[in-house]
Design a protein around this ligand. Structure first.
Ligand SMILES: [Zn+2]
Length: 402
């Protein structure tokens, strides 16, 4: 940081102004001056520059009661786009939002291969496709944020993805594309999405139950990363000594007892069915099938052991649980709370995420927006646009097979 440097101060002021325009949706120059504490002349010069760069536009507020309608400022969403990619065990999600956080495209594919080189080829094809598709907007496709379900070091090199058995992979370099790319841990991006889109607070823990358990921790408004960037691998916290064997090398890891894939596998075995879908589980819950209800009760008990440990470690204000099945089950929050009996552990709220399986990709897009606009405290109001869209699958067919 160079203090007293004119250009540096200008940039800080610009970022602050963009942050308030973004977070307020519509705001006048006078309000901007009041909120930021910057004088009107500074606001005026910066706003002029942002208008010239097409990052914002002016509009007149409708239905203004008395006097002249003030000129309001808003982010010009369609001048540029960002791409979020979530690489899970058996599926890859792609989401594109404009720089205002509005989703313009979403696809989920199920590639047949888990081979690293083949996935690199597939990603290259998709990213190039989107770079071409949005090339005509003033800023085009600005950047790509790729989420991986494993540890990522501080240089953005993938350290280890247990489910895919990828070790020490420099995906960013291997993509060889002429666009800004960042590699981030999936759980960190899901936590970021909860903060940005759901208006959650600055001390939150998000638990994503998928093929494993991804824990994202935001402490004092910062993603908690640890020394190498590996913090938050809570799925591999041991909750049962001599328990089930985990691909990570240990026994009794939490995600072997409390992830959705465990739930699906164990419940289908108990019910003697070859497979189970989310829809079928919803029907079983609806008719209060006793095996299903009893099993989920037990599942929640295991989930709560890990939550108890995390609360004791981090003292979060809010814990957001992201699980399609637990969103349908009627007593999730109540039952978790009933297991949290320790008088030591303290938290304010436990909620079920509204963002669903898209939390990570839209968190990736939000992360890209915050980097592009230089906004440190990003808030995007419109989370309703992602509601219950989790089954959308409008694949771009010619790109799916490689
Ligand atoms: Zn493990």
């Amino acid at each position: 940081m160079v203090t007293g440097d004119g250009a540096y101060i200008k940039r800080i002021n610009r970022n602050l102004i963009l942050q308030e325009i973004m977070n307020n949706g519509l705001i006048s120059r006078a309000e901007l001056s009041k909120i930021t504490g910057l004088n009107k002349a500074t606001i005026s010069v910066q706003v002029q520059d942002l208008l010239k760069k097409k990052l914002i536009y002016e509009t007149q507020q409708e239905h203004h009661a008395i006097g002249r309608r003030p000129i309001m400022l808003s982010i010009n969403g369609s001048v540029g786009y960002v791409l979020g990619i979530d690489i899970d065990f058996s599926s890859i999600q792609f989401a594109i939002t404009n720089i205002k956080g509005k989703e313009v495209e979403y696809i989920k594919i199920n590639p047949e291969t888990k081979d690293y080189e083949s996935i690199v080829q597939l990603l290259t094809k998709y990213i190039q496709h989107y770079m071409n598709k949005f090339a005509n907007s003033p800023y085009g496709l600005i950047s790509v944020i790729i989420a991986v379900h494993g540890t990522v070091n501080n240089d953005e090199v993938i350290n280890f993805v247990p489910k895919l058995q990828w070790k020490r992979k420099n995906l960013k370099a291997d993509l060889e594309l002429d666009i800004e790319i960042h590699i981030v841990n999936n759980a960190n991006l899901s936590a970021y999405a909860e903060k940005v889109y759901s208006g959650q607070n600055d001390n939150l823990m998000s638990l994503m139950l998928t093929s494993g358990i991804g824990a994202g921790i935001i402490m004092d408004d910062q993603i908690h990363k640890g020394f190498n960037g590996y913090a938050g691998e809570m799925g591999h916290m041991i909750i049962s000594p001599d328990g089930k064997k985990c691909p990570c090398g240990n026994n009794g890891c939490w995600e072997l007892y409390a992830s959705e894939s465990t739930l699906l596998m164990e419940l289908s075995q108990l019910l003697n069915r070859p497979t189970l879908t989310l829809k079928e589980i919803a029907e079983l819950i609806e008719r209060r099938d006793s095996t299903t209800m009893e099993y989920i009760k037990q599942f929640i008990k295991y989930l709560s052991i890990g939550i108890n440990n995390m609360i004791n470690l981090y003292n979060p204000e809010t814990i957001v649980i992201n699980s399609g099945i637990l969103r349908i089950y009627p007593n999730t929050v109540k039952e978790i709370k009933s297991h949290l009996k320790s008088s030591i552990s303290d938290y304010r709220e436990i909620t079920i995420s509204k963002l669903g399986i898209k939390a990570c990709v839209i968190g990736a897009c939000a992360f890209a927006i915050s980097k592009f606009l230089g906004i440190s405290n990003l808030r995007i109001q419109d989370s309703d646009q992602f509601k219950e869209q989790t089954s959308v699958n409008n694949q771009t067919p010619e790109l799916v097979n490689i």
